[in-house]
Ligand binder design. Structure first.
Ligand code: SF4
Ligand code: FE
Length: 483
């Protein structure tokens, strides 16, 4: 099958009978809800852009596994050039949606599993690589969106998975059958899961010998019995139910997260990618996290581009664009944003081939990338709020702006530069509000902190990969120290 158009993607999601819960209601697909629909539109962009000739090289690639042109989001990276193009593609998608477009998690899971299953098979004589390649080809040929589910609820953080009071705090195998396994547990903060055709489940951390039942990875479709989603709330989410667009800030795009429950879900043998080989859980986590930390050097930069642009437009509309401190703040925002991009490109350019043949990023640089992402978007948002002014949080509603009696007063008194309509001024301020404090703040701010691992997780990797001993030797050599 060829690449799907955006419309075909939406139709394909409509056909999947999911079990979604939100605000006390049950939905069978995300197209039914004005809260979920913008998030679906963000994923749709990964299909729409792939149809445009000007983005063909970035968004699509001829797969050596299928022999056909596939969407890059289903690709196994064949070179450092592929890794760099991935980051550029993500920046583009961030620019076009100003939201999390969700499809990267599956791509990152694909590439982490490709190499990990290969190495696990080599050590254990298992057949996970074959299972995985079969699944990967199916997803690539059918242009599917695949989610990646890693984060377990984790319960008491001081206890290992098997030692938890409730054994389900980490997803685990509860039954082994001749034809497959049955799993139970949950995955938290699952961005984009209700917009996906399939989900890949991975362990959340490295596992010891007592945690073999927790060292499990597999893929199942979203309509699998026992799998259901509980959508998380976002700041300002119900504005999407008001029937107006201005107050939403970004009415077309968004992202949503779900607590996803696996209530005794059956996984057939050919969909299993790891099943008890506990020493490979850590490798899978480390590689997936590395790829996703690289990803943030693309997606968050693209969204940052929109936020910087919005702040500059707000300055224009306020008549403040020529003030030197405003110019300087925009330069600082750009500097911070491009620094993140440098990290994304650098960890890609410094990537290398794995034993299985695909390419992986430089793990140290990818972790440095994400560590910077836990900080710089906060500073970029702070500067955007500074430039925007207080009106971004005190402006009246669109309904009041449209009101016959009070609308003209709002139009008169909330005008900045006389040639710019008050409506346009409110639109740009609402967009900044959306990115800084509203529904998109989940994807741009707090996800920058905790997505792809919280800051401490990167610091552990930086300490492991930083090779301090080699640096000590350098210093001793320069200082002519002989011990
Ligand atoms: Fe992609 Fe960024 Fe969303 Fe992760 S946070 S899925 S990298 S857009
Ligand atoms: Fe993320």
């Amino acid at each position: 099958m060829a690449l799907m158009t955006g419309e075909q993607y939406i139709e394909s999601i409509k056909k999947i009978k999911m079990e979604i819960y939100m605000f006390g209601e049950k939905y069978s697909n995300p197209t039914e809800s004005p809260i979920l629909r913008p998030s679906l539109n963000s994923v749709r962009m990964t299909y729409d852009l792939a149809q445009m000739p000007e983005y063909e090289d970035l968004m699509t690639v001829v797969s050596p596994y299928t022999g056909t042109r596939v969407n890059r989001f289903t690709h196994i990276h064949q070179s450092t050039e592929d890794l760099i193009k991935k980051v550029k593609m993500q920046r583009l998608c961030g620019q076009k949606t100003a939201a999390c477009f969700q499809r990267c998690v599956g791509m990152d899971a694909f590439n982490a599993l490709f190499s990990t299953t290969y190495e696990c098979d080599k050590a254990h004589g298992t057949n996970y690589h074959e299972n995985f390649v079969k699944f990967m080809k199916y997803a690539a040929e059918n242009d599917l969106t695949v989610d990646g589910a890693m984060t377990d609820p984790k319960g008491d953080r001081s206890l290992a998975p098997h030692a938890q009071v409730d054994p389900d705090m980490f997803l685990h195998i509860v039954e082994r059958r001749p034809d497959g396994i049955v799993v139970r547990g949950a995955k938290a903060h699952q961005t984009g899961i209700c917009n996906s055709h399939e989900v890949i489940v991975m362990p959340t951390q490295s596992m010891g010998p007592d945690d073999k039942d927790y060292a499990v990875s597999f893929a199942v479709p979203l309509d699998t019995p026992g799998l259901f989603m509980i959508i998380g709330r976002q700041s300002c989410d119900t504005r999407k139910l008001e029937g107006t667009t201005l107050d939403v800030g970004n009415s077309e795009f968004g992202g949503v997260e779900a607590l996803t429950i696996f209530d005794d879900v059956f996984v057939p043998n050919d969909r299993i990618f790891l099943c008890g080989e506990n020493e490979f859980a850590g490798m899978l986590v480390e590689r997936f996290a590395g790829y996703h930390r690289q990803s943030y050097g693309g997606c968050k930069v693209g969204v940052g581009d929109v936020l910087i642009g919005a702040a500059a437009v707000a300055a224009d509309y306020n008549g403040a664009a020529k003030a030197s401190h405003i110019k300087d703040k925009l330069i600082e925002m750009t500097h911070l944003n491009e620094t993140l991009y440098c990290c994304g490109i650098a960890c890609s350019a410094e990537g290398h081939k794995t034993e299985s043949g695909n390419y992986i990023i430089d793990l140290l640089l990818a972790n440095v990338c994400k560590q910077n992402v836990t900080r710089f978007p906060y500073e970029i948002v702070r500067l955007a709020e500074d430039i925007a002014g207080g009106l971004m949080v005190t402006a009246p509603s669109e309904k009041d702006l449209r009101d016959e009696k009070i609308g003209p007063y709002i139009d008169k008194y909330l005008r900045g530069v006389a040639t710019v309509s008050t409506e346009n001024r409110m639109k740009i301020l609402r967009l900044i509000e959306n990115l800084a404090l509203g529904t998109a703040a989940v994807g741009y701010r707090t996800e920058s902190m905790h997505g792809a691992g919280s800051p401490q997780a990167q610091r552990i990797m930086i300490s492991r990969q930083g090779n301090l001993n080699a640096k000590k030797e350098l210093a001793k050599a320069i200082a002519h120290i002989e011990e």
